[in-house]
Structures are given as structure tokens and as C-alpha cells.
Design a protein around this ligand. Structure first.
Ligand code: C2E
Ligand code: CA
Ligand code: CA
Ligand code: CA
Length: 273
């Protein structure tokens, strides 16, 4: 038994070491990727359920690696957060999203919003609002066509600073959506205190239509409307999902049922757009 225990320990230590090595490698690769401009943005349309029109696109970051191919954000965003590289990457994402949106407008496409995801570290960084304001100026994009998505988890950290930052975004005219709603430590107090424009129901509640989740979605929609907030549901994959959300007077939808995230040059292919 002792022998076995030691082996297990050694196996564990071995895999731990391997894991650390992999992380360090990935971290070095991430720095290289930043310098080589190996990142790109994909865009997923968001639809208004009343008008059936596209009202925005969510910008989602992709890493194109020479050997490993496309690395999904779930694999490098947390690492970028940990290493602080998220500040540089995140700023690039905002700049690129604004620039792209302005390009579409210049090409004569209907004006819509572009939404960018902000990580906690990025949101709490000093000077963020000034930097965003500068980006809007440099890309000549009107503030109303930019939306930021923040998550509940960051809403918990430093309440005063967050309200202050959100107020400044709102003065600037930038829209604010609360992402992944329902998965964090939701507090009703935050919902009414934060200057938000929109609540994004997490896709987990849409995709697993258990009796409980149905009840949760219904109450998130009612609550949001009572607080004068718009509601968007993400992860809409089926006609059933859509019908349910239409019935419940959800405002907007996004998901594979309509489109996967696509490259910027494919955005003009959307028919009713
Ligand atoms: P998120 O913000 O919740 O983004 C939605 C994710 O759900 C995207 O995954 C999208 O491709 C996926 N999705 C959309 N519709 C459906 C659907 O109908 N079914 C399913 N199963 N999935 C759907 P993606 O692009 O892999 O991004 C994952 C997460 O990585 C994002 O989750 C976001 O938290 C983070 N992320 C992506 N880009 C950025 C970025 O530029 N900055 C930061 N800070 N985070 C980012
Ligand atoms: Ca998001
Ligand atoms: Ca989300
Ligand atoms: Ca998420």
C-alpha cells in the first residue's frame, strides 16, 4: 500500500510538473502571438425579436497558432488574465472591434452595435474609460455603437469603483451589458444600483430547459423589464429555444440557431442586414 501510495504521488507530481511546463510554454507562445498579431476577432449576430433585425455583433477573440491551429478563448483568456497580458490583448480587442464596426458603416451597412467582452482585470485597470474614449475618437466610431460586456463575478469585487467606472461609461454613451447572468453571485441590489442597459441570460439556462431553468429564465426576463433593462438570451440553438423566448417577451437573441461567430468579411453576407 505504501509503495502504491508513493507511486501515485510520483505520478501526481509528474503530471503537475508537466502541467506547469505546458502552461509556461503556452504563456511564452501567448507573448509571441501578441507580437506576431496572431489574434483575430469573429463576430456573432444578435437579433431583435420584435423587428427580426440584426442589432449588433458580439466580438469574440480567436488565436490562430501556426501548429496548434485555432485556440479557443476559454483556453487562453484565463492565462492572459493571470499573466497580465489581457490588458494589451483586451485593448487590441476594443480597438479592432471599433475599427471594424466603423468600416462596416463606411461600406454602407446598417449601423449596429459591436459588443466586446471585458475581463475583470481589464475592467478594474486605471485609465480604462479614458482609453476607450480615445479609441472611439481614433476610430471615429460613435459611442452608442460600442457595448461592453462585463460579468457578475467582477461586479462583486469593488463595488464603489465599479459603479464609478460604469457611470463614466454611461456618460460617454457606451452601452453596458451584464454577461452570463445567473451563473455568479447575483445580487438584486447590484442590478438596481449598477447603471446597466442589458442583461444577458447565460446559455446554460436556455439549453437545459428543465422546469427549474424555465422558471429562472421567466423571472430574469420579468425582473429585467421591471428594472427597465433589456434582456438578451445567448446560446439559442433550436426553434424550441426561440419559441419559448418569444413567448416570454425576451428582447434579443443570439446563438447557433441564427449563426456561429463568423469572420469580419463574412458579416456582409447576412441577408436581412
Ligand atoms: P461568452 O462571452 O459567454 O461568449 C459566448 C460564447 O458562446 C462564445 O464562445 C460563442 O461562440 C458561444 N456560443 C454562441 N452561441 C452559442 C450556441 O448557440 N451554443 C453554444 N454551445 N455556444 C454558443 P467562444 O467564442 O469560444 O468564447 C468563450 C468565452 O471566452 C466567452 O464567453 C468570453 O467569456 C471569452 N472571450 C471571448 N473573447 C473574449 C475577449 O475578447 N475578451 C475577453 N475578456 N473574453 C473573451
Ligand atoms: Ca460575452
Ligand atoms: Ca455569456
Ligand atoms: Ca462565459
Amino acid at each position: 500500500i505504501k509503495e502504491e501510495g508513493r507511486n501515485e504521488y510520483q505520478i501526481f507530481r509528474h503530471s503537475l510538473k508537466e502541467g506547469v511546463k505546458e502552461q509556461l510554454q503556452l504563456e511564452a507562445e501567448l507573448h509571441k502571438a501578441m507580437q506576431n498579431h496572431d489574434f483575430d476577432l469573429f463576430f456573432q449576430p444578435q437579433y431583435d425579436l420584435k423587428t427580426n433585425r440584426i442589432i449588433g455583433f458580439e466580438a469574440l477573440c480567436r488565436w490562430f497558432h501556426d501548429e496548434m491551429g485555432v485556440i479557443p478563448p476559454d483556453q487562453f483568456i484565463p492565462l492572459a488574465e493571470k499573466t497580465g497580458l489581457i490588458i494589451e490583448l483586451g485593448e487590441w480587442v476594443i480597438y479592432e472591434a471599433c475599427l471594424q464596426n466603423k468600416k462596416w458603416q463606411d461600406e454602407g451597412l446598417p449601423k449596429v452595435k459591436v459588443s466586446v467582452n471585458l475581463s475583470a482585470k481589464q475592467f478594474l485597470q486605471r485609465g480604462l474609460v479614458n482609453r476607450v474614449s480615445q479609441i472611439l475618437y481614433e476610430t471615429v466610431l460613435e459611442a452608442q455603437y460600442l457595448e461592453i460586456e462585463i460579468t457578475e463575478s467582477m461586479a462583486m469585487s469593488n463595488e464603489y469603483h465599479i459603479i464609478e467606472t460604469l457611470n463614466r461609461f454611461s456618460e460617454l454613451g457606451v452601452q453596458v451589458a451584464l454577461d452570463d447572468f445567473g451563473t455568479g453571485y447575483s445580487s438584486l441590489q447590484y442590478l438596481s444600483q449598477f447603471p446597466l442597459n442589458k442583461i444577458k441570460i447565460d446559455r446554460m439556462f436556455i439549453q437545459n430547459q428543465s422546469e427549474q431553468n424555465i422558471a429562472i429564465v421567466k423571472s430574469i426576463i420579468h425582473l429585467s423589464h421591471a428594472l427597465n433593462l433589456k434582456v438578451i438570451a445567448e446560446g439559442v440553438e433550436t426553434e424550441d429555444n426561440l419559441e419559448f423566448l418569444l413567448n416570454e417577451q425576451c428582447d434579443e437573441v443570439q446563438g447557433f440557431y441564427f449563426s456561429k461567430p463568423v469572420a469580419a468579411q463574412r458579416v456582409k453576407d447576412f441577408v436581412d442586414f
